[in-house]
Design a protein. Structure first.
Length: 266
């Protein structure tokens, strides 16, 4: 069976079907989600926090995104794989964005790329789309701007900010984006944006009325250490499960309970 494409995504909005998206950063986890029927996976720059141990997404490089995107593509058969353009790989302008996106498509084999910004990124989106690279946009809270925000505040609060968010969403749609992530915005504003667009909105901390929902997989599965944002629902407790397994293995080794004859060659 073939991979899901941006045409399938457009058809889902026409049919009023909601769909899930998860992040993925390695082939094995991606294969689990592929078998579970997750139609779209994002190799997010959230890998900076989740897998590379950075404090934010800002340090993530094109090399890192390319290597992990290639792994996720190799681990999947059906999902549409979206590669995130990291900070500094598209801000210089459309030509730089095209160079970065082309690398992800050619070297990693992603079916689409994502970049942050509404009106400010419209020219980049236009050139990528004209060049045959599907683009998922990302407005509202854009974590690559953490140093400008001084944190991760909710966006689109108040009439003026809500109108700006709507302008940003329309700008990326007009530029040709096939979908747009709405991150950490009031549910009412996300609902209005969703009604106003013909491309699907992908919510994260954006309430129930978006066309799709995305979560960082380590948050969704309870692997992330410490507090998770209030919009996260944990569908498993992998941190506990994995820790228990490691402790049990350690205990067995220390006690001489593993390995036994059945695990040995004779
Ligand atoms: O990098 C990421 O995981 C993302 C999603 C949260 C949308 O950009
Ligand atoms: Na991201």
């Amino acid at each position: 069976s073939r991979r899901i494409t941006v045409r399938d995504i457009a058809a889902a909005k026409e049919r009023g079907e909601k769909w899930p998206m998860l992040t993925a950063y390695d082939a094995m986890t991606a294969s689990v989600f592929d078998e579970a029927g997750i139609p779209v996976m994002l190799v997010g720059d959230s890998m900076g926090n989740c897998h590379l141990g950075y404090e934010s997404t800002v340090p993530v490089t094109m090399d890192e995104i390319t290597i992990l995107s290639a792994a996720v593509v190799r681990g999947t058969k059906r999902a549409l794989i979206v590669g995130d353009l990291p900070f500094g790989s598209y801000q210089e302008g459309p030509v730089q964005a095209l160079r970065s996106a082309t690398r992800l498509v050619k070297e990693a084999g992603v079916g689409a790329v994502k970049l942050e910004g509404g009106e400010r990124s419209a020219h980049q989106i236009e050139l990528l789309v004209q060049s045959g690279i599907p683009v998922m946009a990302h407005v509202g809270l854009t974590p690559q701007s953490v140093n400008a925000y001084g944190g991760y505040p909710v966006q689109g609060r108040g009439e003026e900010a809500a109108q700006q968010l709507l302008r940003d969403a329309k700008a990326v749609q007009d530029a040709g984006a096939f979908a747009v992530v709405l991150e950490t915005v009031p549910a009412e504003v996300a609902a209005e944006v969703t009604r106003s667009l013909h491309i699907p909105t992908v919510g994260i901390g954006a309430g129930p009325d978006c066309d799709a929902q995305v979560l960082v997989w380590t948050d969704m599965a309870g692997l992330t250490a410490g507090r998770v944002p209030r919009f996260v629902k944990q569908y498993a407790q992998l941190r506990q499960t994995l820790g228990d397994a490691a402790r049990a293995f350690a205990e067995d080794v220390v006690q001489g309970a593993y390995p036994t004859a059945e695990h040995s060659f004779h």
